[in-house]
Ligand binder design. Structure first.
Ligand SMILES: [Zn+2]
Length: 302
């Protein structure tokens, strides 16, 4: 089933519309139950994020948008969180500062991998790793497209413009654990989502049944035509449901397929079903080419 220019979904996000169910067994309805709008404390900035309401106790999960509360100029306007896209680094640093402080976090503790569209997931487990990539594009996690941790006060921030943010939370021996994954076409094919669950379970000792997954905004099949050649690997790994209209990919459906295959309970998988290319609340590489990056962030509070 194709997802068309989804004004209904965008309207739904504002609290009025209905939601199409395009992935069997996964509720795309009830977005407002699982995700709610959240304003940063910084009144000057006045920005709005999506807060994942089903995060377990002690875990915070947010998805940023591009609007209002940043200082970056066009074409990065305004809340660009990515250093590597050609924006003024001072502006990105200022944005990250506002973003972190607005959430009550120390900006210097933001831990950011150097994302390269791989399936590599690393474990954040040492204090000296915390804050890597906070103020520059350099990171000890290079390459890396997913980070998992049980450390408190070690916020993991990854950035996106169309790729799918997949945030995991679970419990390891009664303590919270989190993971943030960057899942684009290549990363998904390389198994970043399956590897993320594996790292949570095998490296952190997370009980598989405790895992909850929050999928953030990403390009939807309505806008993600890749040509038939590029659909083959995807179809082979995830099955026919991830290809729509012959040449359009459904990243969320692929991630959900891997989550379920990895033993994550379907009812614990939630999707914020906004197409980043349809909604100009978000950065879209497909729509704009040179543009900024919005973020997915998770942390375990002290
Ligand atoms: Zn779209």
């Amino acid at each position: 089933m194709a997802r068309h220019k989804n004004t209904n979904i965008y309207a739904g996000v504002r609290g009025h519309g209905s939601f199409k169910q395009t992935v069997p067994g996964i509720a795309r309805f009830g977005v407002l139950e699982a995700y709610r709008k959240y304003s940063l404390r910084d009144k000057e900035a006045g920005g709005t994020l999506w807060d994942f309401a089903k995060a377990p106790p002690g875990v915070k999960i947010f998805f940023s948008n591009r609007r209002k509360f940043g200082v970056s100029k066009s074409p990065y306007n305004s809340m660009n969180l990515g250093f590597h896209v050609g924006d003024d680094p001072a502006a990105v640093d200022r944005n990250r500062m506002r973003f972190a402080r607005g959430l009550g976090l120390d900006p210097s503790r933001l831990t950011c991998p150097r994302q390269r569209h791989t399936g590599i997931v690393s474990v954040l487990d040492r204090e000296e790793q915390v804050g890597s990539g906070a103020h520059t594009d350099e990171s000890v996690f290079d390459p890396c497209d997913g980070l998992v941790t049980t450390m408190e006060n070690a916020p993991i921030l990854l950035h996106f413009a169309d790729c799918l943010p997949v945030v995991l939370a679970g419990r390891a021996g009664g303590k919270p654990a989190i993971g943030v994954l960057h899942a684009g076409r290549q990363g998904l094919e390389e198994g970043v989502v399956a590897n993320g669950v594996k790292a949570m379970v095998e490296n952190l000792g997370v009980e598989r049944g405790s895992i909850v997954a929050a999928l953030g905004p990403a390009i939807a099949p309505c806008c993600y035509e890749v040509g038939e050649m590029k659909t083959h690997g995807f179809r082979k790994r995830f099955g026919g449901d991830v290809v729509v209209d012959g040449a359009n990919l459904d990243l969320a459906a692929a991630a959900i397929a891997d989550l379920k295959a990895s033993g994550v309970i379907a009812e614990r998988i939630h999707l914020l079903d906004i197409c980043t290319s349809c909604s100009d609340d978000f950065y879209s590489y497909r729509r704009e080419g040179v543009t900024g990056r919005h973020g997915a962030i998770a942390w375990i509070s002290k």
